[in-house]
Design a protein around this ligand. Structure first.
Ligand code: NAD
Length: 296
């Protein structure tokens, strides 16, 4: 059992923290949203008044924040690193720019702290079930130390390479996810416009060569899968603006290496148009509305 500070209790962080409590770890939690902290306190976590209090005496610090600016603000501008015990291990699970991850990891190293970037894949369903995929960047020793903690929240744990490499791999994965969700939405909208039942078409695709994560687990069409955000008014899940952030990170990475990502850029523009209509907080599978609302 370890004493763990967990900071960032949103759609992903809250269920991940719950799984650490279930596994017997002693958690101290903090989020800017008081209700999020109360939810974990009700499950047995200690509630901290701020991030500095949360990390005091912790053996492991886990953060699950929205974007680079939040991670840099917390660890660097607010100098949370200075409050963390020198023997502690720091695990940032947020999806952020590889350069930000390297910058924070270097600052941690300068203070003698071990740190890994460990962004996740698997969605809120994977976070609740404890079946996330962790994509880790950092030193092998630090990953070995992190294993018992990561295994309480996930099933597949990959070492992508040095600091920041976890973020590079995660960005590639999410660029593909953004493209395939838009493509799946486009195919379903085409079928429905031509008289097909969305459930029947989804069943056909799920057993044909167009099958993918969306048709198997996360169908964007309302009513096709009861558990999917599409059937819950696109609430919870992975926000449109978070997908837009990840596609922006892919674009930045492409610029820095002169890589061509025509489909990634097209997907970024689709999510940007969609977000501009006020959908930023909806699950990203609501991209299907770009097709259906227009048709209506
Ligand atoms: P979210 O917006 O639901 O949660 C983020 C939480 O961080 C919020 O509760 C917010 O109040 C808190 N926060 C922000 N700044 C803080 C600070 N300084 N101190 C304490 N708390 C702070 O986001 P999410 O969906 O949980 O995603 C978190 C990260 O995981 C993002 O980087 C996202 O890209 C990534 N991710 C999300 C999913 C998904 O399906 N939602 C899947 C994989 C990866």
């Amino acid at each position: 059992m370890s004493s763990i500070a967990f900071i960032g209790l949103g759609n992903m962080g809250a269920p991940m923290a719950h799984n650490l409590i279930k596994a017997g770890h002693q958690l101290t939690v903090f989020d800017l949203v008081p209700q999020a902290v109360q939810g974990l306190a009700a499950a047995g976590a200690r509630a901290a008044a701020d991030a500095t209090e949360a990390v005091k005496g912790a053996e492991v610090v886990v953060t699950m924040l929205p974007a680079s600016k939040h991670v840099e603000a917390l660890y660097l501008a607010d100098d949370l690193l200075a409050a963390i015990d020198a023997a502690a291990l720091v695990i940032d699970c947020s999806t952020i720019a590889p350069d930000s991850a390297r910058k924070v990891a270097a600052a941690a190293k300068a203070r003698g702290l071990a740190m890994i970037d460990a962004p996740v894949s698997g969605g809120t369903g994977g976070a609740v079930a404890g079946t996330l995929t962790f994509i880790v960047g950092g030193e092998a020793d630090a990953l070995q130390r992190a294993m018992p903690v990561l295994q309480c929240m996930g099933k597949n744990i990959f070492h992508a390479g040095a600091a920041g490499a976890g973020q590079v791999a995660k960005i590639c994965n999410n660029m593909l996810l953004g493209i395939l969700m838009a493509g799946t939405s486009e195919a379903l909208a085409l079928g429905v416009a031509n008289g097909l039942d969305p459930k029947v078409l989804s069943d056909i695709i799920a057993k044909s060569s167009g099958r993918n994560w969306a048709t198997e687990l996360y169908n964007p069409w309302p009513g096709v899968m009861d558990h999917a955000p599409a059937s819950k008014g696109y609430a919870g899940g992975f926000g449109v603006d978070l997908m837009l952030k990840d596609l922006g990170l892919a674009a930045e990475s492409a610029l820095s290496t002169r890589s061509s990502i025509p489909l990634g850029e097209l997907a970024r523009n689709l999510y940007s148009l969609h977000s501009a209509a006020g959908t930023g907080k909806l699950d990203f599978s609501s991209i299907v509305k770009l097709y259906t609302d227009k048709a209506a």
